[in-house]
Design a protein around this ligand. Structure first.
Ligand SMILES: Nc1ncnc2c1ncn2[C@@H]1O[C@H](COP(=O)(O)OP(=O)(O)OP(=O)(O)O)[C@@H](O)[C@H]1O
Length: 283
C-alpha cells in the first residue's frame, strides 16, 4: 500500500494532541433484554491511538464497538465522536468500520472490487462516476490486503478469510482516519495476518486512530499502545497489552475462542501489574 493510501483524511492535519479525542464514552450501559451487557463503561480514545479491546466471549467487546458507532443504542450514558455527540455526528467519511464476520450470502453477486468501492459511498458525490483518485484508492486498498488479483471474483466465492480481507479493504477505500475493526484477524491465515499487521502499522504511522476488538493480540502485539480488557461488561484492565500465557503463548497458536477459565479477565492472558488508566505513549 502506498503512503498516499495510508495518509488518511485529516489524520495528518492539525496537532493530534490538541484535537478532541476520537471517542469519549461515558457511563455506557447497554441492556439488550434485561441484564446489562455493558455496565457503565468509561473510555476515552485519544486521536491517533491504537487501542485493543480484549476479553472473553460474551464480555461485551463487539457491543462496546457498536455502541461507539451508534449501531447499538445505549440504554444509558453518552458517546462523543471527534468531539461531537454521536447523534449529531455526520462526518462518517472519517470512520472505517470492519464488522465482525460476514455478510455476503445470496442476493445479487457482487465482485470484490464492487464491495471494496462501496466503502466510498459516504464520500463519493452522488450520481457521479468514481474519480481517478477514488479508483486509485480502491486499487490500493485491494493491493493492501493482497486481493488485487481477485478484484473481479464474486465475493461469495472467496474463503472466509479472504472475505474478511475484502471488508478491511472496503474500510480502507474511503480513506478514513478512524478505524474500528471487530476481530479483523479471525479466519485469516498466518501469512495474511502479517500482511494485515503491516497495513495496520502503516495506518498507525499515518496518524490514524485504530480501535480493534481482538481475542488475542497475536501479530499486532507490538502495534498496540493500549489494551482495555472487558469482563462481564466492565473494564477490568486499562493499560499495557496483556501478555499471552500457557497455550496462548505458543508460537503459531491459533486462538479461535478465548476461555473464561480463571486465567485472568481476558482468558488466556496474564495482566501486567499496570492497571488503572496508565496508557503507554507513542514515542
Ligand atoms: N443483538 C443482541 N441481542 C441480544 N443479545 C445480544 C445481542 N448482541 C449481543 N448480545 C449478547 O450480549 C453479550 C455480549 O455480546 P458481544 O458480542 O458484545 O460480546 P463479545 O465480547 O464481542 O463476544 P465474542 O468474543 O464472542 O464476539 C452476549 O451474551 C451476547 O449473547
Amino acid at each position: 500500500m502506498t503512503s498516499e493510501t495510508t495518509t488518511a483524511r485529516g489524520a495528518a492535519a492539525g496537532d493530534p494532541a490538541s484535537a478532541p479525542p476520537a471517542f469519549r464514552v461515558e457511563g455506557a450501559v447497554v441492556a439488550y433484554d434485561r441484564d446489562p451487557v455493558l455496565r457503565g463503561v468509561d473510555l476515552t480514545v485519544p486521536r491517533g491511538q491504537t487501542l485493543a479491546i480484549l476479553g472473553a466471549n460474551g464480555s461485551g467487546k463487539s457491543t462496546l464497538m457498536r455502541a461507539m458507532l451508534g449501531v447499538t443504542p445505549l440504554t444509558a450514558g453518552a458517546v462523543q465522536v471527534h468531539g461531537t455527540p454521536l447523534r449529531r455526528f455526520r462526518d462518517w467519511g472519517r470512520i472505517g468500520y470492519v464488522p465482525q464476520r460476514l455478510f455476503v450470502g445470496g442476493g445479487v453477486p457482487a465482485t470484490v472490487r464492487e464491495v471494496v468501492a462501496s466503502g466510498q459511498v459516504s464520500t463519493r458525490r452522488r450520481l457521479h462516476r468514481a474519480t481517478r483518485g477514488e479508483r486509485a484508492a480502491v486499487q490500493e486498498a485491494l493491493e493492501a490486503v493482497g486481493l488485487a488479483g481477485r478484484a473481479r471474483a464474486a465475493v461469495h466465492e472467496l474463503s472466509g478469510g479472504q472475505q474478511q480481507r475484502v471488508l478491511i479493504a472496503r474500510a480502507l477505500a474511503g480513506r478514513p482516519d478512524t478505524f474500528l475493526m471487530d476481530e479483523p484477524m479471525a479466519g485469516v491465515d498466518a501469512e495474511n495476518q502479517l500482511a494485515l499487521a503491516s497495513t495496520i502499522a502503516r495506518l498507525r504511522e499515518s496518524g490514524a486512530t485504530v480501535v480493534l476488538v481482538l481475542h488475542e493480540t497475536g501479530p499486532l502485539e507490538t502495534l498496540i499502545e493500549r489494551a482495555v480488557v472487558l469482563s462481564h461488561g466492565e473494564i477490568a484492565h486499562d493499560g499495557a497489552a496483556p501478555r499471552p500465557t500457557g497455550d496462548c503463548a505458543r508460537p503459531g497458536h491459533d486462538h479461535v475462542h478465548p476461555h473464561e477459565d480463571g486465567a485472568g479477565p481476558a482468558g488466556g492472558v496474564a495482566l501486567p501489574a499496570v492497571t488503572g488508566a496508565e496508557v503507554p505513549r507513542r514515542d
